[in-house]
Design a protein around this ligand. Sequence first.
Ligand code: XMP
Length: 539
Amino acid sequence: MMIKHETLLVLDFGSQVTQLIARRVRELGVFAEILPYDAPLELLRSHAPKGIILSGGPSSIYDEGAPRLAPEVLDWCLGGERPVLGICYGMFVMVDGLGGKVRPATEREFGHAMITVDQAKGPMAEIASDGPTQVGHQEPVWMSHGDEVESLPPGFETVAHSRSCAHAAIYSGSKAGSETRATGAASGGMWGVQFHPEVTHTRRGTALLGQFLDLCGFSRDWSMGVFVEEAVARIREQVGDTGTVLCGLSGGVDSSVAAALVERAIGERLHCIFVDNGLLRKAERQQVEAMFAGRLHNPLVVADAGAQFLAQLAGVTDPEVKRKRIGATFIEVFDEHAHALGGADFLVQGTLYPDVIESVSARGPSATIKTHHNVGGLPERMKMGVVEPLRELFKDEVRKLGVHLGLPEAMVWRHPFPGPGLAVRVLGEVTEARCAVLREADAIIIDEVVKAGLYRDLWQVFGVLLPVQSVGVMGDARTYENALAVRAVQSVDAMTADWAHLPYELLGTISNRIINEVRGINRVCYDISSKPPATIEWE
Ligand code: XMP
C-alpha cells in the first residue's frame, strides 16, 4: 500500500508566488501539494486534504477567461468539510462562490501596507507578535489588491481592514456550501486575506499560516526523516522485489541526492554510472568518486569517455550542434556501460517539483518544463521505467535531504553545472587544451569566491573562455593571448538572474591570480549582463 502523508492542497490560480505558499507550509512541517485550479475533482479528492489554500492569481475575477472553479469543485472545496484559506484572488473565489460580492477596487494598493485589526478572530486571532491581539492593533503586510470584497457571504465577518480596503481579512467559523448541507459534515472554518501571508514582507505571515494549519488539525510531522521513510517505501514498491535500477550520476546535487536515496531503498540493485566526458571542472571526477566511495553497494562505474566526446566536438563551433553531439554521445556511452552491467528495469531521474507542477502561473505551462533535457529519450530508447524520487521536492529541500542522507555539505551546496559542461563555456571550438586553460581559471574563481565567503550567496559563478585574443605585456615580452570572462549571478530559479555585485577587491584578486597563474590568459573581464535579455551561460 502506498504510504501517504497528511496533505494540504494548494489550488493554484496563477499567482507568481504560489510555490512560496507550498514552501512555507512545508517549512511548518506539513506536506503541501500544488494543483491547478482546473484539476479534476477525483484528483483533488484522491489527496484527501485536511485543508485547502486557494492561491492568489494575476487576473481580476471579472477578466474574460479568469480562472473559475468548476461547480462540483467549488462545492467540494467550500462545502465546509475542511478549513479553507483564500489568499487575494483565492478569497474572491471564496466570497463569490458562497454568495458574497466582489468588485473592482476604487483605489488599488500594491506592496507594503498596514492592516488594522477589527476583531481578534480567525486569521487575526494571533496576528500580534507580542501577546494577545488587541482590536486596533496595526500589522505590516504585503498587499496586492485590484478587486475588493463588496459584501460578505452569509456567516462571514470582517476581522481587519486597511486604508484602502474595507475587508482585508475575513472569517467564518460556520458551515457553508451545499455539500455540507447534504452530508452534515463537521464545520471547517473559512479564512480570507487580501494580503499575501506567504511573502516575507508580511511580518506575521508564517505565524498566520501556522495557525491555519492548526485549525486544519495537522500533526505537523512532515520532516526530512518522514520524507525519506516514505520515499524509500515508494521506491521499493515501484521497483518491486527484483527490479534493477540504473543511475547516471553527474556530480550535481540532484542526481547525487537521488542516487543516495535509491541506494537506501534497494542497495545492491542500484548501479551508478558516472560519465567523464572530458568537459568537467577541475577535480570533479575525483570529488564524485570520493563522495560515493564506500557509500554504494556496487562500485561506481566510471566511463572514461573524454576522448570520445572531444572527437565529436572537433571543428564544431555552433552551440546547438555542440549540445546535440554531446547529448547523442552521452546516450551512446551510457547505453554501452548499462549493457555491460546487464541492463536494468528502471532509470533514476533527478526531476524536481518545480519541473512537475502544472503551473497556471504567468510563466505558462511550457516555460516550467526544463529546456535542457540532456538525456531526453534515454529511458524510451533503453525501454526502462523511470524512478523520480525527488519529484515532490524543491531545490532547497533536496539540499536538506542530501545533508540528512549524509552527503558532504560542500557537494550539497554546489552550484548548478550544465550537462554539456565546459563545452558551452569554451566559446568556439572545444579542444582539450582550451578546456585545460578554462579549468584552471575556473578553479581560481571558485577558490577565491569560497574564501570570500560568497559562494552560497551566488546561484552560479564561473569562467567563460572567449574566442578572442588580445595584446598584453608580461615582463619585457609582448603577449597575444586569450581573454576570459568571469560570470557571477544571483537567481532563485535560473529563469531570471541578476549579475552579482562582487566586491572590486575580490574581482581584482581573481583577475591577478588568473593572469599570473594560468598560461594562455592575459585579460579578464567581468560580465555585467542580467537575464533577460542575456542568459546565464554564454552559449
Ligand atoms: P541559461 O544559460 O539558459 O541557463 O540562462 C539556465 C540554467 O541552466 C543551465 N544550463 C544548462 N543545463 N544543460 C543543462 O543541464 C544545458 O545545456 C544547459 N544550458 C544552460 C545553466 O547553467 C543555468 O543554471
